[in-house]
Design a protein around this ligand. Structure first.
Ligand code: 5RP
Length: 224
């Protein structure tokens, strides 16, 4: 395991400690979340009773593998605590998410939570969002039109591919990765993108996170 993976593991495991008996837990996606879900499986084996709502098919598979009981929004409409990874985190805890392609379900889960904890290694902490290409989930029909419109906002959107085929999300949409380099006003950009017909959701998670659990070489730091 390399240094970055060690930090992800430490952050994921630490975040799982915020989960208490009886909670409904939003389960985010990504490699840092793998460790949080694995730790939650240990806590369930030790006797705590929780229910998880997964934000991706992959996360649901991990939860099943580690013995974390799952539920869904047909049973519960509020989540006590969501834990999720991020691709970039700014000082105001604004995040870019969706590197793994799960941004829509992640945002639904994270927004339904009373408390939202972001877990990441410290390479994700940035002063300004935008170096990581912003994922924008778009319906496949006419995505070429949306691509042109997003280009007009100051980037060169790239259709995410998986091999020689477009990457398809769990919601049967495509993703445009939009490299803005520097997003000075994330809320404004989010609003501009959401106003485009065909855009389903953006990977900008603004004013959502309450706590950041960051894995550093020196240990885990909890930012509030
Ligand atoms: C998936 C995500 C992930 O949380 C994000 O990409 C971080 O992943 P990782 O923990 O593997 O670095 O938003 O859509």
């Amino acid at each position: 395991m390399d240094n970055q993976d060690m930090k992800k593991k430490a952050a994921g495991e630490k975040a799982a400690e915020f989960v208490k008996d009886g909670m409904v837990v939003g389960l985010g996606s990504g490699s840092t979340m793998y460790w949080a879900i694995k730790k939650l499986g240990d806590l369930v084996k030790e006797g705590i009773s929780i229910k998880g709502i997964p934000s991706s098919v992959r996360t649901a598979d991990w939860a099943k593998e580690f013995g974390v009981p799952l539920t869904d929004f047909s049973e519960v409409q509020r989540i006590d605590l969501a834990i999720d990874g991020a691709d970039e985190i700014d000082p105001a805890f604004g995040c870019i998410k969706g590197g793994g392609g799960s941004l829509l379900r992640e945002k639904i889960v994270d927004a339904a939570a009373d408390q939202f904890i972001v877990v990441a290694d410290d390479s994700k902490l940035v002063s300004v969002l935008g170096q990581f290409p912003l994922p924008v989930e778009v319906v496949p029909f006419g995505y070429e039109v949306v691509k042109e419109q997003i280009a007009g906002l100051g980037c060169e959107p790239v259709l995410r591919m998986k091999g020689d085929q477009p990457f398809i999300t769990d919601n049967q949409n495509v993703i445009l990765d939009c490299s803005f380099l520097e997003i000075k006003d994330p809320q404004k950009l989010h609003d501009q993108l959401k106003s485009l017909i065909g855009v389903v959701e953006t990977g900008l998670f603004i004013h959502m996170a309450d706590i950041v659990v960051a894995g550093r070489s020196t240990g885990v730091e909890i930012l509030k």
